[in-house]
Design a protein around this ligand. Sequence first.
Ligand SMILES: N[C@@H](CCC(=O)N[C@@H](CS)C(=O)NCC(=O)O)C(=O)O
Length: 222
Amino acid sequence: MITLHHVAQARSFRILWLLEEMGLEYRLRHWNFFDKSLRSDEFRALSPAARVPALEIDGQVLFESGAIIEYLLETRPHLGLLRPPGDAERAAWLQWLHFAETIGQHLANLTQHHIALREEWMRSPTVMRLEARRLEKVLEVVERSVAGHDWLLPSGFTAVDVAVGYGVVIARRFVPPRLLPALDGYYRRIAARPAYRRALAQDGESMIYTRDFYPPPEETQP
Ligand SMILES: N[C@@H](CCC(=O)N[C@@H](CS)C(=O)NCC(=O)O)C(=O)O
């Protein structure tokens, strides 16, 4: 049996959503960012860097969501969610799979500043404004792609829409959706997918993002 170790709203949501897209059976174990349980010996034995996701599968434990996506698709029937070596869209598929983490780095910085750093004096308003702008710039790349077709690859929905799509969903809390209309349409197509909705129903209590939108701090003159 596959077991996914998951924190609500975190990158492990990609794997939860993909497992639903693939129709695989799995157990879901919820963890919490804020009670220090990710630092426990039990969790570090699963994921040495104390990060989610971790996936128990085929007698081993994998961490790193992009690698887990590739492994799942290479080892299970995948209903067209992979573009394997030799496929005309292979290079684009790999590019988007890894671009998901370019989006992810800005989300992580913004999440740290707006949420994890609880005291005002710990935060850098400059970094918060800069990261929001840098996130918008990388989202513009996705915007241009999905303006031409429904999903990232012209041939249709694949697992890279799960990898990047998770970032697009979370990014709406930091970049106003009205700035990127094609991306807003992409988000709506994601939100209408039955597998996405099933994953969302199991995501768990929202502990990281409790507001719909986190605006960058106002610029003030010295
Ligand atoms: N590139 C990794 C990133 C994993 C990662 O940083 N996960 C975050 C949640 S989105 C985490 O577990 N953070 C816990 C921490 O930083 O203490 C992946 O995609 O699996």
